[in-house]
Write a protein that binds this ligand. Structure first.
Ligand code: F0G
Length: 380
C-alpha cells in the first residue's frame, strides 16, 4: 500500500497560510479535515435542481468547529508564554478551550450562562478540568466580564475577538474549495457572535488571492494576521448567507437584542462581537441575513438525521433550515451549489434531541416472539 502521511491537524496542513513559525510548538488534536457530505435525499424534497453539501464540523475532536480556532488560539497563547486561557461561552467554545488547555498543560477558565448550555458541552468542560464559572446571566454578560477580566488578569482571552481564532477557522473554506475544486455559489452558516461567517470569508478571499486572481480591495478582516493582509480579491467566492434564530436575531433587527431566547442555545446571543465585520462580509459577498423559527430549526435537524443520517445540534441546523427556505422561494436559484456548515455534533445536546423525537422507544419482554412482532409491525 502506498504510504500516506498521517493527518496531523490544520496548522500543519496550512502552515504557510497561518501565523506560525517553524519552531512554534503546535497544540493540536488533529482538528479539521472534516467531511463535506453531498445530501442525497433532502434536495429532492425541495423540488428544485440544487446541489446541497453539508460541512460536518461536528466531527472535529471536541465535536464542533471551535477546534479550528482553538488550536490556533492556544498554540499562540502558549508561544506567548501564557499559563491560562479564559472565555465566555454558550458551550462549544468552553469545551474546546478546556480540551486544548488540557493538551497544552495550562489552565482554562470558562464562563457559561447558568442552566443554558447543553449537557454534553458542560460534561466536556468538566471532564477536561476547566474551572467552570456559571454566571447568573447570558452569554453577552459573560463576554463583557471576560473582556473586563482580560484587561489585568494573567489570562489570554480565547473568544473569537482573539484574532488567531478566526485564522484557524478560515481553513474550513480552504478545505471546501479544495474538495469542490471551486467555491460554492452560496455558503450558509448559523450566526451567533458572527466570528465564523467572518472567518470563512477571510478564507475564501485568501484562497482566491493565493490562486492568482486580481487583487481589488483591502482585506478588512484579518487584522494583519494573514499572509494576504494587503489585499483580498473579488473572484471565486460564494455569497455568504447568515441565519439566526428568530428570538436571537440582532442582524435582522438591525440592532443588539438584550434578552435573546432560542432552543438553539449555542446561538443564544444578542450582542455579536463581530457585528461590523459580518455586515461587511454580507455586503461584499452579495449575501444576506435571515432568521429561522425554533420550529424550523428543529425540523431541519430532524430532517437531516432521519433522511441523511447526519446528526447535528439544533444551532447547526439553522443553516439548512434557512437554505431550504431560500431554495424554495428562489432566492437561491436553481442550478446553484450550496454549502451549509453544520457547526456542532448532535450528541452535544441529547436532551433537545430526545424531547423532539417522535420515534417511540418500545419496551418488550426479552423473548424472540416479542422482538419478532415489533419487527413485523414496523417494517417500512
Ligand atoms: N453553531 C454552534 C454550534 C456554535 O456553538 C456557535 C457559537 C455558532 C454556531 C455561532 O458561531 O458565534 O461564530 O457566529 N458558539 C459560541 C460558543 C458562541 O460559545 O460556543 P459564531
Amino acid at each position: 500500500m502506498p504510504f500516506r502521511p498521517r493527518y496531523t491537524g490544520l496548522i500543519d496542513k496550512y502552515r504557510d497560510r497561518l501565523p506560525v513559525h517553524d519552531d512554534t510548538r503546535i497544540i493540536s488534536l488533529g482538528e479539521g479535515n472534516t467531511p463535506l457530505i453531498r445530501l442525497n435525499n433532502v434536495p429532492a424534497q425541495t423540488g428544485k435542481d440544487v446541489d446541497i453539501y453539508v460541512k460536518y464540523e461536528g466531527l472535529n475532536p471536541t465535536g464542533s468547529f471551535k477546534d479550528r480556532g482553538m488550536t490556533m488560539a492556544v498554540t499562540k497563547a502558549v508561544e506567548e508564554g501564557s499559563r491560562a486561557i479564559i472565555c465566555a461561552s454558550t458551550g462549544n467554545t468552553s469545551a474546546a478551550a478546556a480540551a486544548y488547555a488540557a493538551r497544552a498543560g495550562i489552565s482554562a477558565f470558562v464562563l457559561i450562562p447558568d442552566g443554558k448550555i447543553a449537557m454534553g458541552k458542560l460534561a466536556q468542560a468538566m471532564m477536561h478540568g476547566a474551572v467552570v464559572i456559571q454566571i447568573k446571566g447570558n452569554f453577552d454578560a459573560g463576554m463583557q466580564l471576560v473582556k473586563e477580566v482580560g484587561k489585568d488578569a494573567p489570562v489570554t482571552i480565547v473568544n473569537s475577538i482573539n484574532p488567531y481564532r478566526l485564522q484557524g477557522q478560515k481553513t474550513a473554506a480552504f478545505e471546501i474549495i479544495e474538495e469542490l475544486g471551486r467555491a460554492p455559489d452560496f455558503h450558509c452558516l448559523p450566526v451567533g457572535n458572527a466570528g465564523n461567517i467572518t472567518a470563512h470569508w477571510i478564507g475564501y478571499c485568501e484562497y482566491s488571492s493565493a490562486s492568482g486572481d486580481h487583487v481589488t480591495e483591502a482585506c478588512a478582516f484579518c487584522q494583519g494576521h494573514c499572509r494576504f493582509a494587503g489585499g483580498a480579491v473579488v473572484g471565486n467566492r460564494p455569497k455568504m448567507v447568515g441565519y439566526q434564530a428568530a428570538g436571537s436575531a440582532p442582524f435582522m433587527r438591525g440592532e443588539m437584542v438584550d434578552n435573546p431566547e432560542t432552543v438553539a442555545t449555542a446561538i443564544r446571543i444578542g450582542h455579536p462581537q463581530s457585528w461590523d465585520q459580518a455586515w461587511k462580509v454580507s455586503e461584499e459577498s452579495g449575501g444576506w441575513f435571515d432568521e429561522c423559527s425554533d420550529e424550523e430549526i428543529l425540523a431541519a435537524q430532524k430532517l437531516l438525521a432521519e433522511r441523511e443520517g447526519v446528526f447535528c445540534e439544533p444551532a447547526s441546523a439553522t443553516s439548512l433550515a434557512g437554505a431550504l427556505r431560500d431554495i424554495g422561494n428562489g432566492k437561491i436559484p436553481e442550478g446553484s451549489s450550496v454549502v451549509c456548515t453544520l457547526t456542532g455534533h448532535g450528541l452535544k445536546d441529547p436532551d433537545t434531541a430526545i424531547k423532539q423525537s417522535t420515534t417511540p422507544v418500545m419496551t418488550v419482554e426479552a423473548t424472540l416472539e416479542s422482538v419478532k412482532s415489533v419487527i413485523l409491525d414496523n417494517l417500512a
